[in-house]
Design a protein around this ligand. Structure first.
Ligand SMILES: NC(=O)c1ccc[n+]([C@@H]2O[C@H](COP(=O)([O-])OP(=O)(O)OC[C@H]3O[C@@H](n4cnc5c(N)ncnc54)[C@H](O)[C@@H]3O)[C@@H](O)[C@H]2O)c1
Length: 350
């Protein structure tokens, strides 16, 4: 099948691209490399079934050209950072909602009718029901990111009803694994690299979160797409466990052999829009025969190992974090390996 993957040079998108190529599909990656990495698609360069369009989804003409002849779209490009939404209030609207409209319109104009979308558990805001099922009421949004993703979902489902599209909307918990470039493990690892004796924890450390390993996430999506019958298919993707931020930091510190003093910024939330409890009901995807292979702890350790072996990921990300956080931290050189090469720890099954 001819498949366009927006955000195909990012953490999750590039991992999906590897899998789709291995499964025999013809892939076009559409990415502006704002957070995506050339290293993540370097191994597929030269593959005749792979094409790269380096462009922004705001370029509607380019997008329309790239869409011609495609049969399926994985729309993964986004501003994936929840935390800094209030520092740039238009970014989520532009990079998430408006570009999704652009993708849908390019699909309509080129006669492409099937889309999978990477949504998020953040759209539930601060849910009242745990584990949170897909049909849980969620009238109040708590982050600009969640609000923009919910608007994307609305547009996608309206295109299903208006233009006969078929959509697969996946609401992820936080994703872990190889090629991880943002999130709490990244932040903790970077902070411990700068100072291994003391670490700042955003909030009170008691926030409860669920996580999912990236290859488990991709298995779930591909299975759901294969089995889907409906025009609109909405599925939570996560594990049936959660941990606290303190638990996760404990696993990280144990793995690194460190016992830093923990300094809590306090409060139930680490930042505006941080949900104190994220735990999704995954019965819908499990009823299709899927279950995750890694526990949260195993996913955390594997992610940490990836960062240790790929110090270049942290070093590249430093400028963006300095801008966003006004941070003066040094790169985490002490804890990380020196290898500049990508070391993608593929399981035989993938
Ligand atoms: N990582 C998670 O924990 C998580 C959780 C829930 C949902 N998601 C969603 O999954 C998707 C992938 O997330 P990720 O973690 O791989 O993020 P990522 O930042 O690694 O990937 C996003 C990709 O989109 C590209 N991109 C962004 N804006 C673009 C634009 N305007 N035009 C073209 N390309 C653009 C970036 O360069 C990058 O390659 C996102 O939609 C994100 O919101 C991620």
């Amino acid at each position: 099948m001819k498949v366009l993957v927006t955000g195909g040079a990012g953490f999750i998108g590039s991992t999906l691209v590897d899998r789709l190529l291995a499964d025999g599909h013809q892939i076009t990656v559409y990415d502006n490399f704002s957070t995506g990495k050339y290293e993540f698609v370097a191994q597929v360069r030269g593959n005749p079934a792979y094409e790269l369009v380096e462009a922004d989804l705001q370029d509607e003409a380019c997008l329309r050209t790239a869409m011609a002849g495609q049969e399926f779209v994985f729309h993964f490009a986004a501003n994936a950072d929840v935390r800094f939404g209030t520092q740039h209030p238009r970014k989520d609207l532009e990079q998430n909602t408006i570009v999704t409209q652009n993708v849908l319109e390019a699909m309509r104009l080129q006669g492409v009718r099937r889309i999978a979308f990477s949504s998020t558990g953040s759209i539930y805001g601060e849910a009242s029901l745990f584990p949170t099922p897909e049909d849980c009421p969620f009238p109040v949004q708590t982050s600009l990111y969640g609000a923009s993703k919910l608007a994307c979902e609305s547009l996608i489902t309206a295109y299903c009803s208006g233009f006969g599209f078929q959509a697969h909307i996946f609401r992820f918990v936080s994703i872990l694994g190889e090629r991880y470039t943002h999130g709490h493990i990244f932040d903790f690892f970077q902070k411990l690299g700068a100072d291994s004796r003391s670490i700042e924890v955003l909030g009170n450390g008691q926030q409860r979160k669920s996580y999912l390993y990236v290859h488990d996430c991709i298995d779930a999506m591909l299975l759901a797409i294969e089995k889907a019958q409906d025009s609109v298919n909405i599925l939570n993707l996560g594990t049936n466990e959660y941990c606290t931020v303190d638990d996760s930091l404990g696993w990280i510190c144990k793995q690194l052999g460190l016992v830093p003093e923990r300094r809590y910024t306090g409060g139930e939330r680490g930042w505006v829009g941080d949900s104190p409890f994220i735990f999704l009901d995954t019965n819908r995807i499990r009823s299709l025969g899927w279950k995750p292979r890694l526990t949260i702890r195993e996913g955390v350790i594997r992610t940490l190992q990836y960062l240790q072996d790929n110090a270049w990921v942290l070093n590249q990300a430093i400028p963006r974090l300095q801008t966003d956080q006004q941070s003066s931290q040094e790169p985490a050189r002490d804890l990380a390996g020196k290898s500049p090469a990508i070391s993608f720890d593929r399981e035989p099954r993938f």
